[in-house]
Design a binder for this molecule. Sequence first.
Ligand SMILES: [Zn+2]
Length: 692
Amino acid sequence: MPCRLTFARLRAPVASTLAIPALMILALATAVAPVGAAEPLSPLAPEPGAAPWSGTYHSQQHRAREAESKARAGMRLQKAEASRPAGAAKAMSDYDVRWYGLVLDLNPTTRIVTGTTTVRAQVVNGPLTSLQLDFGSQMTASAARSAGVPASFTWNSGILAINLDRAYGTGEIVDVAIDYAGNPSSSGFGWNTYQGQPLIWTLSEPYGARIWWPCKDTATDKADSVSLDVTVPSNLIVASNGVLTGVSTPVAGKKTYHWRERYPIATYLVSLAIHPYAIINDVYYPQDGGTMPVTHYVLPSQLGAATAGYAVTVDMIEAFADAFGEYPFVAEKYGHAQFPWGGGMEHQTCSSMYYNNYDEYLIAHELGHQWFGDLVTCADFSHIWLNEGFATWLEAYWKEVRYGIASYHAEMAAARYLGAGTIFVENPNDFSAIFDYYLSYLKASWVPHMLRHVLGDEAFFAALKQYRDTHGFGAATTEQFQAVMESASGRDLAAFFQQWIYGEYFPRYDYSWRHEPAGAGWRVRLRIKQSQTNAGLFVMPLDVRIDTAGGPYTFVVQNDAPEQWYALEVPSAPTAVTLDPEDWVLCETRFLGVSDVPDAGLALGLEAAPNPFNPRTTVRFTLGEEGQVALAVHDAAGRLVAVLAGDRFAAGQHAVTWDGRDREGRAAASGTYFARLRAGDQTRTLALTLVR
Ligand SMILES: [Zn+2]
């Protein structure tokens, strides 16, 4: 959703928004210039829960507070309707939505929306006798039909239940139509004016679609297609999803815009933006030939600024298509529709954009969402990082494409967040948690950033394409994303996702080193200790740069223990050692000095964790220098049970796993065993306790 980076970075005049933390708004209030050139938008009249609108809120703190409290009122409204009564979720899982048809008449004078929504769905768990839909309290249903036959219905606690004309079996198609009317004005539906003309807009993420049309408001059941036939006073232009197939004149003084979205779409991405827009037409040339329109619906007074500001869009589509596969909705269009909400919203094929913001970050963010958010949607808002983390990361990626890798890293450095909280949203009915700027946007943007370095560029971008192939036009959870990343890369990423998505904070690496002659060159003995006390162990590969008289050398070490030793050889005398020099890991590093390394650290070491264990344990051994190693497990009677290692190993720390099985693969019995390590003329023995 809403990109808020522009707010935090203080780059552009901004308007109030739904869920900016209060402190951030207050900070902006003093730091941001009031909106200048453009005429402030004026709401038709203040009313409870009215949409936040742009203007001069930010020039005074009390207005910022007012804006936020209005936003919160709107949030409460959506929140109250976000959670379904018991039973409704189950009833909704009994059918699969195929198509929604929205026929709407919008009257800006009365602010009444009169409409009919048709739902075509396939029964997946019949017999189905009632179709249940999410539907807010602001609109009132007046009639319903099932297969064209008048049908009775009930509305209770946000659930509209239509009694079908008969029982439908599994596989059958149900067609239900609902007539309704009302004023959906809310945090997600605005009746604003601009220069005396209506400026009507929607922003339905996360649970706002149900406020203005009945639907199964769940990203895991995208409609295969949606049609919107929207009637407005004839001077207005309607921008929406997909392709405009025609404009008709139903009666004098009105026009109907016929929009068709033929790609699968989540309910919260269905949108309207309505105004006597000026239209900017641009063209994108798809990879397989042909053309795709890039159409911007802008306020007439913004025509010059928007023509210049949005010109970069086509270059961005090309860049993202190169990296992540063709623009997902290439048979339709991309573009922007200007609205008064302070930020952007990635409505499918037509992002809504604050009317006076042409920041490349915002354009890249909303465009990036077309791949990450619209094509693949977070399955529920607990996994919002799959949308917002990627869109925020794509802002930096765009900078890399356009301005070089240093710009990318500068952008990521600006997105560092080291505070509390998990990226996973524990309570998806808590709006401020879903759109937590620090966790869902900033820290989450470091997840693709770090994963990119863990996997390497080639594997990372290939895996993202596989993610698209696997979940495109559908939805995904963190676990599904992880599964694709693992199968595409062949890597075990369990620890990575556990620590970064479900865990808090970050690793603090304390390190020290010393060096000694080794052959014709030098050996650096590096010790890394994880010293964080507010989080558990982190498992990450770490870049180590060793500066020498002959230039820098970079190594990658696997860091997966509270204290670990590495021996790294360089041809010239080392002068400095730096951990993670390019900031690929969200961490803090502290250099303890070259004198801090005790000799004891160089000795042969042997440890195991967990211990006691069941069914397996990791045995770590440390070598002072390269050599032949024999590591085996014996039982209490001295009989050989398993051989864990018998090879040459480099100096440093190594790990092997004992799976609790003997040489024939049989599970060993509970009891005490002994790991025996022999390296050169030294031996170590460690008791291992297997508890079945
Ligand atoms: Zn976003």
